[in-house]
Design a protein around this ligand. Sequence first.
Ligand code: PEP
Ligand code: MG
Length: 602
Amino acid sequence: MKDHQVIGNDKLQGIAVSPGIIIGKARLVDRSREKIVYQYLIDDSEISKEVERFKEALDATKEQIVTLKNRMSDQIKEHAFILDTHLMIIDDSMITDSTINTILDQKINAEWALKKSVRKIRQLFEKIDYEYIRDRINDVENVAERILRNLSGKEMESLFEIDERVIIVAHDLSPADTSELNTSKVMGFITDVGGRTSHTAIMAQALKIPAVVGLESVTSLIQDGTLIIVDGYIGEVIIGPDDDTIIAYQEKEIQHERYRSSILQLSHLPSETVDGHKIAIKANIEFIEEVVAAKEYGAEGIGLYRTEFHYLQKKKIPDEEELFEAYKEVVEKISPAPVTIRTLDLGGDKILSNNESPGEANPALGLRSIRLCLKERDIFKSQLRAILRASAYGQIRLMFPMISGLQELLDAKQILKEVMDELEKENVKYDRDIKVGIMIEVPSAVTLADVLAKHVDFFSIGTNDLIQYALAIDRVNEHVAYLYEPYHPAVIRMIRQVVKVAKEADIDVSLCGEMAGDPLCVSILVGIGIDELSMNAGGVPLLKKIIRSISREEAMADLQDILALNTAKEVRQFIEKRIEPLMPDLQEKDFYMKVSIDKSTH
Ligand code: PEP
Ligand code: MG
């Protein structure tokens, strides 16, 4: 494999996920979850201290749970009983007395003694016939995990509080971590794990900070304070660079800046192929603040508003009023252009915090997105109310993510109808003709597209997840990142099928995965007949430039040749030959071409 290896004494190769070059001090942060517990024996003289340490951890855990409970918003207050249960667990003698007795009798450390207590409780619970009670072991384990963290004395370092200019080096960063980065201080980040379309990567682009992921062991190779260079165009990290190298990279960045401003001048020209076919180019946003940049870059609206980042940033479930204000601000700022607001897509790699994750074995296949919303109806309804209320202030389209079949769509629409009826009764203004659509990002939705099309106004193809699910490649796993292939013939055929079905059903169809902003993919998509692409705002000017230099007729003819190719490698080589002359001889080309060149070795 070409990725991830050390390619010089001091150079590492990872996956470039957010462009730009930064030179600065490394700041190592630990975001790992406390998982490994060791057993060790303690001397008689240390026993009472160990018991005390355990009691202090119990008190700290109680305090944290009470704080969590007090912070619960009104809508989820009814779930406060879960935290009450957790408080009761802490006080239960099966946890406290049993652990203390084990420390006293067996002279072992508190962590191990606690593990033993939990194991005993688990064995007892497993014998119980009632599923509900059996499942409560999860609560016990959740509490035990908190106690363990407190025993280790490790508070999670708040990334928001970092107050010097640094480059973050971490094993992993969750999208929630990334959302709290203070970008006036944090210049960028690099991680051991992660893939090109992980949400952490997408966030880095939204925050406009360079990032390289999938470096495998960078946290063990770099020390806190080391000077490093991060090249977010080609995924290189240079550790301890000499003066000449620093100057060379500074020059590269200056060249890039020059090139960017030349491209920006073109961003407000119409997005039209040379044979006069219009392709709407819109922006994906995660934060309200991005609307301004989207307009500056020449986006013709917001094609995907990923609403979950608002929840991640606040670290709690926001109330309806707060959501309404946020959506109203977005729609008013982008007006008269439209915004497609996607309902909550939490779960998978987007979780509020490690402590609150249900600990699923396969989060990407678990209780995420629309599934979570259909289960947590109050949270869902309050978001729908906020979106509908904001629809009175501009053009909003509403979109459900991760629909895998008709029933799920009908259930979601039924809840939407209930919310509309409520608003009607309350005489609250909203757009009664609001367009309702779905993301096509699960292979079953592709197969069933003709059925789904009868119930919606539009489709938006989410290739980040579609590729993940169709090719069985975890989008956040660096070990399989090299297989993540937008040029895979199966992916191209799926997109083609969805577009064909949408056109036959006469509904709008767009594409909003990372593939939309990949200059190498654009002619394939134009050839397929996509009329709208939505991407990271920063990618809009370059995409427009490419669209303005290709012909739709030629793209359609090329597509016939492409459909006759059997491997992703052949497709990529075909398209590279076509697009290379249109690509500038600069970093954007590095950024996109390097990804494909690396992949072509597989
Ligand atoms: C997608 O899956 O392609 C998509 C646009 O949504 P997200 O990246 O937020 O999962
Ligand atoms: Mg998705």
